[in-house]
Design a protein around this ligand. Structure first.
Ligand SMILES: Cc1cc2nc3c(=O)[nH]c(=O)nc-3n(C[C@H](O)[C@H](O)[C@H](O)COP(=O)(O)O)c2cc1C
Length: 353
């Protein structure tokens, strides 16, 4: 938006979580009003070359909202009006939970990054389900990111994920098992093969589909292969790479780098591309690439590395809502430049092992 450059310094004077709440409140205020229609006309890039069909869903463009931005499924249609082609709401848990004590979200402006240790603060799966059920219409496909309740012990993880899923089973276009957030103690150990296998078996027996697993950028590539084995075994529909990282790359300059939690944004791009490329070399299933996408170049690189769809969160904080249109337009320019007729033609042309 013309004015984001003016608004941003004001937003950045607020603590990050307050700024986030304010942005959500604004989006909620305009959702299902004529302003939403106005924004849609302004931001939407409608072009068949951007269409993507993956795991039984149709997407008008490949750029989606990553999990964590709309944790309680409050503004999916308003996000669609900003030009996104899908939104992943959540992470939701089977029970409402408060998350970690504040402050728990930090900006690193000089690194174009964020660090968060939110800890799955959310109103619970039942509330999210009711909210999605009451939508008058759906502008874009809605994925649902499922997390584990902090109170559930590891041995109850399959049952806990199942309870969260059952509360939203009828309202998600796809579902994601999130076993990769660094802010719930022990969660990332659930990526280990036997535990993951038990969780996926439970969700499949409850009918969860399309079902994707979201992985951490901190897994070594051998551990990623174990996740791929579980995906193949249960014939899952896809994979999302990657979540936030607990690694602090040496290029970081901002003092907030010493906060604990998951790092997102520009410093993650290289790792996201590497993991997506590795996954694409080892499976034909659709991949959603996420991590540090801040413009058309990063989005296009993820697609060329094998991603069918791309998501972003952190760059929206730094670039504002016009980012999505800029990426979609930029993707069209790059397709034309390289002689591709569609996103799917460009997908995976850079895969190598
Ligand atoms: C504040 C915040 C909260 C997040 N919450 C979740 C979550 O609940 N579930 C999840 O799978 N990922 C969550 N993420 C990770 C994002 O979905 C994404 O994988 C990550 O931020 C990398 O993308 P980005 O660099 O575009 O932000 C969160 C990220 C941020 C910044």
């Amino acid at each position: 938006m013309m004015s984001y450059r003016l608004i941003r310094p004001l937003l950045f004077r607020l603590p990050p979580e307050r700024a986030h709440e304010l942005a959500l409140r604004l989006l909620r205020g305009i959702q299902h009003t004529s302003i939403e229609e106005f924004l849609h006309r302004r931001y939407d890039v409608s072009d068949r070359r951007l269409h993507v069909d993956a795991f039984g869903c149709h997407f008008e463009n490949p750029i989606g909202v990553a999990a964590g931005l709309d944790k309680n499924a409050c503004v999916p249609n308003a996000l669609g009006a900003l030009g996104f082609g899908h939104v992943e709401v959540g992470g939701i848990t089977s029970q409402p939970q408060a998350g970690n004590p504040q402050p728990r979200l930090f900006r690193l402006p000089s690194d174009r990054a964020l660090i968060n240790r939110m800890g799955f603060n959310n109103e619970g799966a039942v509330a999210a389900g009711e909210r999605l059920r009451s939508l008058p219409h759906r502008r874009i496909p809605i994925g649902i990111n499922l997390g584990k309740s902090k109170a559930a012990p590891a041995e109850d993880a399959p049952g806990d994920y199942r309870r969260a899923y059952e509360a939203v089973a009828d309202v998600g276009d796809y579902f994601v098992v999130n076993v990769s957030s660094p802010n719930t103690p022990g969660l990332r150990e659930l990526q280990e093969r036997a535990m993951l296998d038990a969780i996926i078996a439970e969700l499949r027996s409850a009918g969860a589909a399309p079902l994707l697993i979201k992985v951490s950028p901190d897994l070594d590539l051998g551990a990623v292969d174990d996740v791929l084995a579980v995906i193949a075994e249960h014939d899952l529909e896809g994979i999302i790479a990657v979540n936030t990282t607990i690694v602090r790359p040496s290029q970081l300059t901002h003092p907030n780098q010493h906060e604990s939690g998951g790092l997102s944004g520009a410093p993650l791009t290289g790792r996201a591309i590497k993991v997506v490329r590795h996954v694409a070399a080892h499976t034909d299933r659709p991949i959603i690439g996420v991590g540090g996408v801040d413009g058309p170049d990063a989005a296009y690189r993820l697609i060329r590395s094998g991603a069918s769809l791309v998501q972003l969160y952190t760059a929206l904080v730094y670039e504002g809502p016009s980012l999505v249109r800029r990426i979609n337009k930029g993707l069209l320019d790059r397709l034309e430049r390289d002689g591709f007729d569609s996103i799917s033609e460009a997908r995976g042309v850079d895969i190598e092992d």
